[in-house]
Design a protein around this ligand. Sequence first.
Ligand SMILES: [Zn+2]
Length: 57
Amino acid sequence: MKQFACGTVVDGCDGVVTGETEDDVLAAAAAHAAEAHGMAEVPDEVVAAIRAGITDA
Ligand SMILES: [Zn+2]
């Protein structure tokens, strides 16, 4: 399992998303960003920051 803590990118957010693979985590993070942060599209630099912040769960 992989996981990503949203607070790595969004100050103060305690959301954590998980997935089987990095791509699953990215998809879950995009869904979280849309729901929690009103981010309809995730910019490339944010995708890069998410990838960099993914850890093994
Ligand atoms: Zn968040």
